[in-house]
Each structure stands twice: as C-alpha cells, then as structure tokens.
Ligand binder design. Structure first.
Ligand SMILES: CC(C)(COP(=O)(O)OP(=O)(O)OC[C@H]1O[C@@H](n2cnc3c(N)ncnc32)[C@H](O)[C@@H]1OP(=O)(O)O)[C@@H](O)C(=O)NCCC(=O)NCCS
Length: 249
C-alpha cells in the first residue's frame, strides 16, 4: 500500500526572515519582483519543506534549509534532501493565503490544487470544460453549480500538474469524472477520476472542502476507498497547519 501525505499552512505560519531558505532558494526568491508572488512563493516553500520533513519523519534532516524545493525546467516542484538519493515526490498549490503540499513516494506522478468555490460565468465553463463536464455542471442543482465547477477545474489542474504540463496542455485534454454526486458535504474525502489526453492515462482523485476552498489530489494509483487521517495538529498562534496520510491501494 502506498500513502499520500498532505499538509496545509497559512500565510501567518511563515516566518518573517529567510534563513530557512537555502542559498539556491534565496536566489529564486530574489528574482521574484511582485510582492504578491513573493508571498505565495514563500508560503508554498514553507509548506512544502514542512510537508517533506513530516513525510521523512525521523529520517528528516534537522534544518529546514537542508530540504530544498526547486522548480524543474518544466515548472514542477522537486524536493532535494541532504543525504537522500530518492526524495519524495510532491505537488503544491496556493490560493488566498492558504497553501497545500501533497507528498508521495519518490517518482509518483502526484498533483494537487486548491480552488475557491465561487460563481463562474457560463462562458468559463464553455471555454475550458469538455462537453461531458459541461453536462455535469448543467445537471447539478443550481445551489451546487459553483462547487461542481470548482471541483472540475481543480481536478483538471491537479491532473495537469501530475502530468507536469500545467496550462501548456488544453484543459479540455483531461476529463474529470465523479462517480457519485460531487455535491456531497465534502467534509471527508470523496472520489473522482481524471482521464488523461487521448485516454492514455488515468488518475484516481480525492477531494474535500478545506478552509472554504476545495482541495483535490490525484495520483495514477487507485485509492483505498476509506482514507484515514493519521496526523492533525494546529498551531493556534500562527494559523492552521495540518497533515494527513491517505492510504492508497
Ligand atoms: C501549473 C499551473 C496550472 C498552476 O497554476 P495555478 O493554478 O495558478 O497555481 P497553484 O497555486 O495551484 O499552483 C502553483 C504551483 O504549481 C506548481 N507548478 C508549476 N508548474 C508546474 C508544472 N508544469 N507541473 C507541476 N506543477 C507545477 C508550482 O509549484 C507552483 O507554485 P510555485 O511556483 O510557487 O512553486 C500553472 O503554473 C502552469 O500552467 N504552469 C506551467 C506552464 C506555464 O508556466 N505557463 C505560464 C503561465 S500560463
């Protein structure tokens, strides 16, 4: 059985100084000009480093700057861990001051995404969704359309990250499918699948609500039907930080 871990941090968790960033990471940060982008990037790095450290457990290096999160040429984040030849795979998303990092065994094609649940125009759905996805949105109750739209979009972004392509691919190249009504309460993990370009790949997904957003995560492996939260902690003075390991079959 494979496991996936996830960890979420908010802007308030991120320390003011940059001593926890490695020299390579500090050089990347120095090249980012927009303050908003710098804040998102630092939040993502803080979350990812903590997630990778939590994943490695007792084997993790002591200092946070010994876990580096470096973008590969295609843009996908990769972990480099001092003294470890095969670091875990990860995926990152940040939105509205909240970041999520998902971690999986080395070389797993993993993708995650958080999205706000908000109204979108019909044109958005027409332009970015497949016919099948448009039909799913149309078939959902009016009160759930924003949620279903957010889930389809987030599922797509997760799959496009797992493929390491992002928006270089047409969003209509991947098809998000929900086996049961996606408009359940979402307070626990729910299932969905994503069929990749030309049906060549298929991803198994999980989604849930998270801090007023939806969170999706996909991997190529099928998921266990009953994922369990293994760890959860909150740092009351610095905002929410929680991690969960989800079993995959
Ligand atoms: C992947 C992508 C869809 C995510 O955008 P988003 O939904 O606005 O932002 P999210 O917060 O959910 O995700 C951003 C994270 O995705 C990750 N990411 C970026 N490119 C990625 C790729 N090709 N594969 C996997 N993950 C990627 C990064 O970790 C990034 O955060 P960081 O830059 O702070 O490290 C978008 O960055 C993309 O399409 N990138 C590749 C193509 C590209 O660079 N195009 C230029 C803009 S269209």
């Amino acid at each position: 059985m494979t496991t996936v871990g996830w960890l979420s941090c908010s802007q308030a968790d991120v320390p003011d100084g940059d001593g926890w960033l490695s020299p390579r990471e500090q050089a990347t940060l120095a090249a980012l000009r927009l303050e908003r982008r710098r804040m998102d990037w630092r939040l993502g790095r803080w979350t990812a480093k903590r997630a990778v450290r939590a994943w490695l457990g007792a084997c993790a290096p002591g200092a946070l700057d010994a876990v580096e999160i470096i973008a590969a040429p295609d843009g996908a984040p990769e972990a480099f861990v001092a003294g470890r030849a095969e670091p875990p795979a990860l995926s990152l998303s940040h939105r509205d001051g909240v970041a999520v990092c998902t971690v999986a065994p080395s070389k797993t094609a993993i993708g995650c995404d958080i999205e706000a649940v908000e109204a979108h125009s019909d044109a958005f759905v027409t332009d970015w969704f497949t016919e099948e996805e448009r039909a799913a949105v149309q078939a959902s109750p009016l009160s759930s359309r924003a949620l279903v739209t957010a889930l389809v979009w987030s599922g797509k972004e997760s799959a496009l990250k797992a493929l390491r392509e992002g928006l270089r691919l047409d969003t209509r190249d991947v098809v998000v499918r929900f086996g049961v009504s996606p408009w359940s309460d979402g307070l626990r993990w729910e299932s969905f699948t994503v069929v990749g370009p030309s049906g060549r790949s298929c991803f198994a997904g999980r989604w849930r609500h998270h801090l007023g957003h939806v969170l999706t995560v996909v991997t190529p492996a099928p998921w266990d039907s009953d994922p369990a939260a293994l760890v959860g902690s909150a740092s009351p003075h610095r905002g929410l930080c929680s991690s969960t390991r989800l079993p995959l079959s």
